[in-house]
Design a protein around this ligand. Structure first.
Ligand code: ADP
Ligand code: MG
Length: 213
């Protein structure tokens, strides 16, 4: 088993994320219809289809891949989530430019750079009922697994579990950021759609890296 993640493993991640979003498209849109404007599933599916169309020519490096993914998401996903997911990938790329090999620690550091970019842009904290509620605990779980010597796939597995717990914990929360915050107290009692798609992102990474091991 190799601890190094290749560019093609990361392409497989993006493809798996696209497939998962398509599979859950109606559910993501249903969640967004409860506390938003019923477009999160279609927004993400459209953006990821545009991304996949650009991956016919294999990217030469993780940095090149994530630049393509980020720029395409910014320009094709409408709403709040496009710029936020775009920022996540645009920040991950440079963080991996010097990483050789791309091991669990390097990938964890890149994810952290990406999530810090989302926080800088969207100003959400844990508990605001956004994608950060899934992403932030996922980072903590990733780093703790990586420190214990976990493989990239095992670290991604721990991160995906933490993301799912964070997603589930958004249900009782009152939204403080994004469109759902306009509902005030009425936003409580529903899962956050962005936390649900962010969990799919980590689950797709877990699955792609497990298949590569
Ligand atoms: P829009 O709300 O513009 O219709 P989407 O429906 O595609 O965009 O995405 C909504 C999701 O975006 C929310 O469920 C939430 O997770 C996320 N989101 C919105 N605002 C922010 C923010 N400021 N920071 C982080 N995530 C946010
Ligand atoms: Mg929406």
């Amino acid at each position: 088993m190799s601890a190094a993640v290749t560019t093609s493993d990361l392409v497989a991640w993006i493809r798996a994320f696209r497939d998962a979003v398509h599979q859950q498209k109606d559910e993501l849109t249903r969640l967004d219809s409860e506390i938003g404007d019923a477009d999160h599933g279609s927004n993400m599916a459209r953006g990821l289809d545009a991304v996949i169309a650009k991956l016919d020519v294999a990217p030469a490096s993780p940095t090149e891949l994530f630049k393509t993914v980020g720029m395409t998401l910014v320009s094709t996903v409408g709403g709040a989530s496009g710029p936020l997911y775009g920022t996540l990938f645009l920040r991950m790329g440079p963080a991996l430019a010097e990483a050789d090999p791309v091991d669990a620690a390097a990938l964890g550091a890149a994810l952290r750079a990406g999530v810090e970019g989302v926080i800088a842009r969207g100003k959400a904290e844990v508990g605001d009922k956004t994608m950060i509620d899934a992403l932030s605990p996922a980072l903590e779980a990733w780093d703790s697994a990586a420190r214990d010597g976990a493989s990239p796939a095992a670290a991604a597995g721990a991160a995906a579990e933490a993301a799912a717990r964070g997603r589930d914990a958004t249900e009782p929360l009152v939204a403080r950021k994004g469109r759902a915050s306009y509902l005030g107290e009425r936003s409580a009692g529903h899962l956050d759609p962005g936390a649900a798609s962010a969990t799919l992102l980590l689950e797709a990474l877990r699955d792609a890296l497990a298949a590569a091991e």
